[in-house]
Design a protein around this ligand. Structure first.
Ligand code: GYE
Length: 354
């Protein structure tokens, strides 16, 4: 599982305050000063320098580039963004890239041409949309990255975008590993497991995988990952991938799925193969959907680590702070938790599940 940036770099970036717009008298790459966004007055179009400053705080037009609308998590995120936009009295211009990087790059370009005051981007993968984020900055439109991050060596917080609002995916992976280790008998356990990974190249897949694999190797070296395969964060794909893998590895003791959808598909496949998930195979996943929490309550899944999709409040607070000229951190972290049957936490969380 590859890392695109180290935890050290991440925490360094987090502590770095966002540099305020610098009055942009520096190198402009052949751009004219015309056609700036209605509220982004200090920006030179095509400029390679600093973040754009907003000069209005009310009635903002907000662009929103969603990478897909394909499951409970993403619908919950979408309504959280919609609700906050409505509550703030902002106009929201939305696109949905249906899990296509090409489509999302095109969507961002369309949104740039529509001249929003600020642009929110939830990138499908880390690298593919980074160039379009830089294009938005060069078109004098400030960007906030929401949920999934871009590769921060290609687009940098404080320069190319104002802030990243999202969960600590690496920590989620560590929490998932600790839960699975516990379910398999603790750090001294000897066991074999399968890991179903999310969309290749997306920040949650990279970081959840990295956090999980690192924690497993150091905390419980007797637990081995015998197969690691992507199921694209999809329930149907999780089911078909697991249907094949369980024939190949019938003796596994556990499954880690990077999201609930894949775990639910995997549990269906395990049952169809005559296994008893929860009894002979322990399953852990990440998200906190109603469907997965109900499987925890039914004893078929051991634990779910939340990845709170309700990112609207933090995101729109960041917009307001940015518009008011307040400095933003490089990363605004959405906190997450582990939910299990044994300690009653899954039951207590259920009313908040999505
Ligand atoms: O886990 C998954 C969705 O980016 C954190 O994307 C998000 C992930 C979430 O498809 O269910």
């Amino acid at each position: 599982m590859q890392f695109s940036w180290s935890p050290f770099k991440r925490s360094f970036m987090t502590s770095m305050p966002v540099i305020a717009a610098l009055g942009l008298t520096l190198a402009a790459c052949g751009g004219s000063t015309a056609s700036t966004s209605p509220s982004a007055s200090t920006c030179v179009v095509g400029s390679n320098t600093s973040l754009v400053k907003l000069t209005k705080t009310k009635g903002l037009k907000v662009g929103w580039s969603q990478n897909a609308l394909d499951g409970a998590w993403r619908y919950a995120e979408e309504s959280s963004i919609e609700n906050e936009a409505k509550a703030a009295g902002y106009q929201l211009v939305k696109t949905n890239a249906n899990n296509s990087d090409d489509q999302q790059v095109q969507d961002i370009q369309t949104l740039i041409n529509d001249r929003p005051d600020i642009l929110l981007v939830d990138p499908h993968t880390e690298d593919a949309e980074a160039g379009a984020v830089v294009d938005a900055r060069k078109a004098c439109i400030p960007v906030i990255i929401v949920d999934r991050d871009v590769n921060e060596s290609l687009a940098t917080p404080g320069r190319d975008f104002a802030t990243f609002v999202g969960s600590d995916f690496q920590k989620q992976g560590v929490m998932a590993a600790d839960a699975l280790i516990q379910s398999l008998g603790g750090p001294k356990a000897n066991a074999t497991i399968i890991e179903l990974t999310g969309t290749t190249g997306s920040s949650p897949a990279i970081l959840r995988g990295g956090g999980f694999d690192g924690e497993l190797a150091s905390a419980a070296p007797g637990i081995k990952i015998v197969a690691e395969q992507t199921a694209n964060f999809s329930r149907a794909t999780g089911q078909s991938v697991m249907a094949t893998l369980i024939q190949q590895y019938p003796k596994i003791n556990g499954v880690f799925a990077h999201n609930d959808e894949m775990a639910i598909g995997a549990i269906t496949a395990l049952k169809a193969a005559g296994k008893k998930p929860g009894t002979d195979i322990k399953v852990v996943s990440i998200d906190g959907t109603k469907d997965a929490i109900n499987l925890v309550l039914a004893g078929e899944e051991y634990a779910v680590v939340s990845s709170n999709p309700r990112l609207g409040p933090l995101t729109f607070q960041a917009i307001q702070d940015f518009a008011a000229g307040k400095p933003l951190p490089a990363w605004i972290v959405q906190p997450d938790h582990v939910y299990e049957l044994a300690d009653g936490s899954a039951q207590a969380y259920l009313p908040n599940a999505f």
